[in-house]
Design a protein around this ligand. Structure first.
Ligand code: G1P
Length: 282
C-alpha cells in the first residue's frame, strides 16, 4: 500500500456563508455536537497514516493554530481535579508523536488550486492527501479507505465521489465517466468544475477528499484562472489525467451550510448516545 505522508488542509476561507457565526470563529472550529470540524478532519488524516499536516491558513485565522497548540496549564488543572474524560478530550487536540504540523499562509482567496499549491512547498515527498474540513464524512474514515484503493501506477488522482441531483451539479466538480454507478475506484475521462446542469457529463460529484500525485504542483503552477475566476484544483486534476473517482462508504455532510452542520450535529449526537448505551451495557 502506498503511504500518504502529507495531508493538506485548505482552511484560509473566510466562511462568509456562515456569518455571523464565523465573524470571529473560523468555520473549521464550529462544533459538530462536541467536536470542532477541524478535529474530525485531523483524526481522519491520522487514521490514513499522515505524518505531516499542512494547514493552508490565513493570518486572520490564528485560532486554528491556537486550537492545535498544547495547553499545559489547562491539562494540569483538569488532571488535578481528576477530570480524566475532559483531559482526554483536550489531549486529542495535540498531534501524536511522529506527526508534525506546518502552517503556510494563503493571503488572498485565489481558489482551492492555489491553496493546494501554497501547501505544496511544505509537503513531504510522494503523493499527498487533501481534506476539505467542511465536507464532514462520518462512519468509515474516508481518506484511509482511499489510501487502500490508491494505485500510483494507474492513478494520478483519486477523488472522493458522491451522486448529487442534476440541479446541484453547478456547486461541484463533476466527473466524466462511463461507469458512474460503479463502486470503489472508477476511472474517469475527465472532471469539470461547476458545470451548468445541461452541460454536466454526469451527476457524480467530487467531495472534499483527494489523493494527488506530486506532479499536481507543477500543473497548478501553470494553470490559469478557471470557473469563478479562481485557480481550480479540478482543472489541474483534469490536465494531469489518469483520474479516478472513489465512492466512499461513509456519510457526507456539507458543513459549509447551516443545515448540513445541524444534520451532522444530530448524527454525531445519535452516535454518542449509542456509544454511551453500549458502554453502560458492558
Ligand atoms: C470545492 C471544489 C469542487 C468540489 C467541492 C466539494 O468547491 O472546487 O470541485 O466538488 O469543493 O465540496 P467549493 O465547495 O469550495 O466551492
Amino acid at each position: 500500500m502506498t503511504r500518504i505522508d502529507t495531508v493538506i488542509f485548505p482552511v484560509a476561507g473566510m466562511g462568509t456563508r456562515m456569518l455571523p457565526a464565523t465573524k470571529v470563529t473560523p468555520k473549521e472550529l464550529l462544533p459538530v455536537y462536541d467536536t470542532p470540524l477541524l478535529q474530525f478532519a485531523i483524526d481522519e488524516a491520522l487514521a490514513a497514516g499522515a505524518r505531516r499536516i499542512v494547514l493552508v491558513s490565513h493570518p486572520k485565522k490564528a485560532a486554528i493554530e491556537a486550537y492545535l497548540a498544547a495547553e499545559p496549564e489547562l491539562e494540569d488543572t483538569l488532571a488535578e481535579k481528576g477530570k480524566s474524560d475532559l483531559l482526554r478530550a483536550v489531549r486529542t487536540t495535540r498531534l501524536p508523536e511522529g506527526v508534525d504540523l506546518k502552517v503556510v499562509m494563503q493571503e488572498e482567496p485565489l481558489g482551492l488550486g492555489h491553496a493546494v499549491l501554497c501547501g505544496g512547498a511544505a509537503a513531504l515527498d510522494g503523493p499527498v492527501g487533501v481534506i476539505l474540513p467542511d465536507d464532514l464524512i462520518l462512519g468509515r474514515p474516508c481518506l484511509a479507505e482511499m489510501v487502500a484503493a490508491y494505485d500510483p501506477n494507474t492513478m494520478k488522482s483519486l477523488v472522493a465521489a458522491q451522486d448529487v441531483s442534476r440541479g446541484k451539479v453547478s456547486s461541484y466538480g463533476i466527473f466524466d465517466c462511463d461507469d458512474a454507478s460503479g463502486s470503489g475506484a472508477i476511472p474517469a475521462r475527465g472532471i469539470v468544475e461547476k458545470p451548468d446542469p445541461e452541460d454536466a457529463p454526469s451527476t457524480l460529484a467530487a467531495v472534499g477528499r483527494y489523493i494527488l500525485s506530486p506532479e499536481i504542483f507543477d500543473v497548478l503552477e501553470g494553470i490559469g484562472q478557471g470557473a469563478g475566476g479562481e485557480i481550480q484544483l479540478t482543472d489541474a486534476i483534469a490536465a494531469l489525467g489518469s483520474i479516478s473517482a472513489f465512492r466512499f462508504s461513509g456519510d457526507r455532510y456539507d458543513c459549509g451550510s447551516k443545515d448540513g452542520l445541524v444534520e451532522a450535529t444530530l448524527a454525531v449526537q445519535a452516535s454518542r448516545a449509542r456509544h454511551h448505551l453500549r458502554v453502560a451495557a458492558e
